[in-house]
Design a protein around this ligand. Structure first.
Ligand code: 3NM
Length: 205
């Protein structure tokens, strides 16, 4: 399977997003058909240090057993211990060229929210783009202004061959708009982690 297909249904999650055991949430999401997972411990209620590593190991193992791509959100120190397939970096993290030099063989994703960020980033060093927030989100308190699906269309025109994943406020009700605008996949936190029937929500995406 190529990278764009593997990014089709991309669950992003850390303990702070979970009302029940994160491992159970991941298992149910895998049952529903996610293709990629990003371990993102960030903000109030998140884990750090050994607790973060221990949970990461369990989630990583589950992804390996099920052939799901496993990404780490910006924490470069966890990439090797967790044998991550890739790293997702934001605009406030180490720049993409440096991350590429450190991890020549890993998949690198980069968040871009506007043209200025694109101009100032090393797009040639990354394997996919995260575009958002597409819709309004309560999950990320410091989210940038909403960009809408038009931002996907703009990026798709500029980078016809680069995989693009939409993020921010994406649900079963609006995911198809994101794909129709030109995205290869949707990255989702709360619509999956807070669902009463996680497996069905992922199937419906
Ligand atoms: N990054 P939900 S929006 C982690 O715009 C994240 O880059 C965003 O959570 C960005 O699916 C976001 O619950 C939160 O809206 C996505």
């Amino acid at each position: 399977m190529n990278l764009s297909s593997k990014l089709r249904k991309y669950l992003v999650m850390g303990s702070q997003n979970c009302k029940k055991d994160p491992l159970v949430i991941l298992e149910e999401a895998i049952d529903g058909g996610i293709t990629a997972f990003q371990y993102r411990e960030k903000g109030p209620g998140s884990r750090s240090g050994k607790e973060k590593l221990d949970l990461g190991r369990k989630l990583r193992e589950k992804c390996k057993e099920n052939d799901i791509l496993f990404f780490i959100n910006d924490d470069l120190d966890l990439v090797e211990p967790l044998e991550a397939d890739g790293i997702h970096i934001g605009q406030d993290d180490e720049d993409a060229e440096k991350v590429r030099a450190l991890f020549p063989k890993k998949i690198i994703g980069l968040s871009v929210s506007n043209t200025e960020e694109v101009t100032n980033s090393f797009i040639d060093s990354v394997d996919y783009l995260g575009a958002g927030p597409i819709f309004s989100t309560n999950t990320k308190k410091d989210a940038k202004p909403i960009v809408g699906t038009a931002w996907i269309t703009t990026l798709r025109k500029a980078y016809p061959d680069l995989p693009i994943v939409g993020i921010g406020g994406i649900t079963t009700m609006n995911a198809s708009e994101v794909i129709r605008a030109g995205a290869d996949g949707v990255a989702v936190i709360s619509d999956i982690t807070h669902s009463k029937n996680i497996s069905r929500t992922v199937k419906n995406l």
